[in-house]
Design a protein around this ligand. Structure first.
Ligand code: HEC
Length: 116
């Protein structure tokens, strides 16, 4: 009987460890696709590169920055403006600063400011 309970305890430990290994690879439901795949910290990039004009919640509008809570622009447009800057030259291009994956992740991140 005692042998049996030791086996049971060992089995439980093995199960617990197995579950722990799998947990980190599961993306949190709020993470954007590109960011989750490449482990890109979109919030950090946002705070360093974008917050001065767009604000923490995307609606600050410094220098006429587009209100991202109201923007209807599609993903492709956003990728382009982040890469090449805005046509009026106010938003700086990030094509030389961020990688393709980071730009895509940031474009997806800007979609998340929109209120339902
Ligand atoms: C120097 C100020 C400035 C910074 C920094 C800045 N933006 Fe912008 N952003 C703007 C302005 C101004 C516009 C509107 C341009 C226009 O009207 O053509 C804009 C527009 C956009 C748009 C298009 C939204 C729309 O509806 O037109 C996106 C997406 C965007 N910015 C994302 C970002 C991201 C991501 C970053 C950081 C990597 C960033 N911006 C950094 C000023 C800035």
């Amino acid at each position: 009987m005692q042998k049996f309970s030791i086996l049971l305890v060992l089995a439980l430990i093995a199960l617990a460890c197995g579950g722990g290994e799998n947990a980190p690879s599961e993306a949190p439901p709020t993470a954007t696709n590109a960011a989750a795949k490449k482990d890109i910290d979109v919030k950090k990039i946002w705070k360093v590169r974008c917050i001065a004009c767009h604000g923490l919640y995307g609606d600050m509008g410094t220098n006429g920055a587009a209100n991202l809570q109201e923007s209807e622009k599609p993903l492709e447009y956003r990728i382009n403006i982040i890469k090449n800057g805005s046509e009026n030259g106010v938003m700086t291009p990030f094509g030389d600063i961020l990688s393709e994956d980071e730009i895509k992740a940031m474009a997806e991140y800007t979609m998340t400011f929109k209120k339902e």
